[in-house]
Design a protein around this ligand. Structure first.
Ligand code: 13P
Length: 281
């Protein structure tokens, strides 16, 4: 199955009304685990690496691993650059063969965000790649180092931004935050419905860790088709590795290696089933 674009994957999800998991990966084991989950559930997926995590997983190493794994996968896989802010890094990801990039201009004015998104769309077009942008601002932060204040997406802003850019996928802030939710997520479904009515592109939900299956499905019903998940995967890996270490005084490296793969796979599978993308490859 070829490496595909995000646009292609999300168009199908839109037609059949399911969500696609966009799983952040940080090393070879998490790449293998997430792809294993997709293959075992026969689901399309998106593999993504975030700009803020490149200090741990350099793009010149993690990028080619992601692309090579996607090319060999038995299900459609898009390879996406998450929360890109620097044009030169976005270009590097495209040069490595990523089929999709996000330009995150959520901290800019609508005008500046739209203008820079349009530049990234022009660049991505040369590679045949898709583009995601963000309007409003998802709270928390990608690497947990900042506590960015959430700015709820205004329906009128989403409409205007989409009319200007015609971006392939649009991330919204409807009460979702990156990282661990401090209290029960309280998503604004009526607002999401309003955004969906005025934006023709599939919508994206960041901060997918900790949302209930019921809420995921309501989001999907109201236009969310790409759901980003990072914290849940990494926390599951830590939990399983900790238990493994506690149970085995003498641990060999490859048991540990397999434990990471299995934990990433287990977490991704649970999300794939919640999003109902299983058997949609
Ligand atoms: P979580 O870490 O909260 O799952 O969010 C992931 C994300 O939105 C990546 O862009």
């Amino acid at each position: 199955m070829p490496l595909v674009t995000m646009k292609e994957i999300l168009q199908k999800a839109d037609q059949s009304n399911y969500g696609v998991g966009s799983f952040n990966v940080v090393n070879m084991e998490t790449v293998i685990g997430v792809i294993k989950a997709a293959e075992e559930t026969n689901s399309p997926i998106i593999l993504q690496a975030a700009e803020a995590r490149l200090r741990y997983s350099p793009l010149n190493l993690i990028g080619p691993i992601m692309v090579a794994a996607a090319q060999k996968a038995k299900v459609p896989v898009a390879v996406h650059f998450d929360h890109g802010s620097r044009p030169e890094t976005i270009k590097q990801a495209l040069d490595f063969g990523f089929t999709s990039v996000m330009f995150d201009g959520s901290g800019l004015s609508l005008e500046e965000n739209a203008a820079k998104t349009i530049e990234v769309i022009r660049l991505a077009k040369r590679y045949g790649a898709s583009v995601e942008a963000e309007i409003g601002r998802v709270g928390g932060s990608e690497d947990g180092l900042e506590n960015i204040e959430m700015a709820i997406t205004q329906v009128q802003d989403a409409k205007e931004f989409f009319e200007r850019t015609e971006v392939d996928a649009l991330a919204v802030a409807i009460g979702n935050v990156h990282g661990v939710y401090k209290s029960e997520p309280n998503l604004q479904f009526e607002r999401l419905k309003g955004i969906d009515e005025v934006v023709a592109a599939p919508l994206v939900l960041h901060g997918g860790s900790g949302i209930t299956v019921h809420d995921f499905r309501r989001c999907i019903q109201y236009g969310i088709k790409k759901i980003n998940v990072q914290t849940a995967t990494l926390n599951k890996v830590v939990e399983r590795v900790r238990a493994l270490c506690q149970q085995n005084e003498k641990l060999d490296y490859f048991t540990y290696h397999q434990c990471i793969i299995n934990a990433a796979c287990e977490s991704a599978k649970g999300h794939i089933e919640a999003f109902q993308s299983n058997n949609q490859a």
